[in-house]
Design a protein around this ligand. Sequence first.
Ligand code: AHR
Length: 663
Amino acid sequence: MFIPVFRKIACSFLLVIPALLVQAQQSPVVRVNVAQPVADIQPTMWGVFFEDINLGADGGIYAELIKNRSFEFFKPLMGWQIEGSKRSEGDVLVLNRQENKSSNPRYIRVQANNSDLQMTNEGFRGMGIKAGLCYDFSVMYRLRSGNVKLLAELLDAAGKVIGSATLTPEISDADWHTQAVSFKANATELKGKFRLRFEGNGVVDLDMISLFPEDTWKGRPGGMRADMIQMLADMKPGFLRFPGGCIVEGYDLDQRFQWKKTIGPVEDRQLIINRWNFEFAHRPTPDYFQTFGLGFLEYFQLSEDIGAEPLPILNCGMACQFNTAELVPMDQLDPYVQDALDLIEFANGDVTTPWGKIRADLGHPKPFNLKYLGVGNENWGPQYIERLAVFQKAVKDKYPSINLVCSSGTDPSGERFDFLNGKLREMNVELIDEHYYRRPEWFLENARRYDSYPRTGSKVFAGEWAAQSDRIASTENKNNWQCALAEAAFMTGLERNAAVVNMSSYAPLFAHAEGWQWTPDLIWVDNLRVYGTPNYHVQKLYSTNKGTNVLSMVQNNEPLAGQDSLYASAAWDKATNEIILKIANVSGQTHMRTIQLDGVKKLDANGKLILLRNTNISAVNSFENATNVSPVEQQIAVDAKKKSVAMTLAPLSFSVVRVKVVH
Ligand code: AHR
């Protein structure tokens, strides 16, 4: 049995399998029927799930380096240190203009009088600064009296200036103005800081003190961290789910994600606390807020950039049921439903529609062609079904072609799941969102989960899942090879059942090494570096070797799903005329298989093998050893005459093979 074997390996840590173990025996035959694909694989099959957790957005893909730029955190000066040898009472005041600007009420008033007054921002666990790169400093100001010059400085960890510029407020009147200056850094620093010094004598009001590197994704000012986005682009994901996750629900309804508050000028996007700020007592993150510098327009734009179908998820009138579980009374649900209808118009309406015009005015006249909309994240119970039914009717009446993605709760089995799954199928929703954060063994045991799912009716969106080396929300969870390999094995079952499973995404996506709340995560970053976990490589191997159709792949007429600890699936790629095989060997032994490719006339004798393996199931990647578990490409011989591939499946390995059919 494979499971005990897997457990045994878990105890032995380092495994070196002598070549002697390779049995010189007749290889069992695995037959792939190339002539008759059994199902389509949706272009959306392998996607990514983005949530602002673990400093995913602020302090993550949102490239803003200043923390608390608008003084709207609970503690208005959090992240800032104000110093000066001759400080006087009231030289820096926090003012509140609630009546005039309820979305961004606070600003600071600085009294400068030729002293050494300075304020330093610590960034998000420091600031990643790169030598030779330009940084764009901008600020909203109102010069009240006198003349004040702002000296913007980048500091290294020791406090040495590594780049600076002067900004002289030009207009002196009663209005707010924005001014910007760019300057180059002359050193690289992982833990940089930003300092503002004041020269001259006068009073100046400041808000939205901002600093961005110029090397953002696609060079967009005020944009995203390019190295992190590149990791997503490299996956060629079929969809991008945003903005969560539990942040969609909010701790309470006030703190739910409201997309309309995330578009338009950034200074008008009302900040809220991030629910991951205080969710885990063992991982408190008191400086975690959502500034919404990344809003729905940016998420749609990102989806377009990386060729992924946008999949926004909206609040369904329920706050997080692990927290307050607040409900909107049924007779007050309309604004929530209207948000959904308006979002579809915002994404798809032509420029003559009210929300289509807003999109165009924001710089994107072309519709985004939204096809999927999630209603509710991890919501459950009859209260969810009741609310969902109202959304479903309203959306389908107006936009019948929109596919609704609906919650089956937090777990892949049990009473809650059975209730929701049954109801959602009765309601004939297009996609049911299943979540499973489970031990690696669960993933192996469930490799055939979808073999018995109905082929008609609602499809599955495996929307959030990841193998947990320890238990859910444990800080001990590791992105190790054991988990990644179990996921690779499980995914053969998703691919085999692409007729049922139309979308899948690992979760969570990003984690900052010093700012995370939840582990495991697909991609880890610090302020300058990023690395993909073994799990990332598994996801990427699937999404970049997706194929267009499922092929039957059987040994003794059974799918290979655990026999000899092997798991396999096959796909056809009609775009390239290739057969794509995926085989995970979760055992400590080498296994031989002859893969017989039935129903083809001619094969290219040179196949490609992409091998992901490690002899140690505890192996992980890290900033220092980012490629410890990473794919290696090599040739594999194809017996063009016999139409077969002889495979030596290394212990603890995941193999992807591409074989070209020639005409
Ligand atoms: O992915 C982390 C969290 O797990 C998500 O926010 C939530 O949907 C699930 O419980």
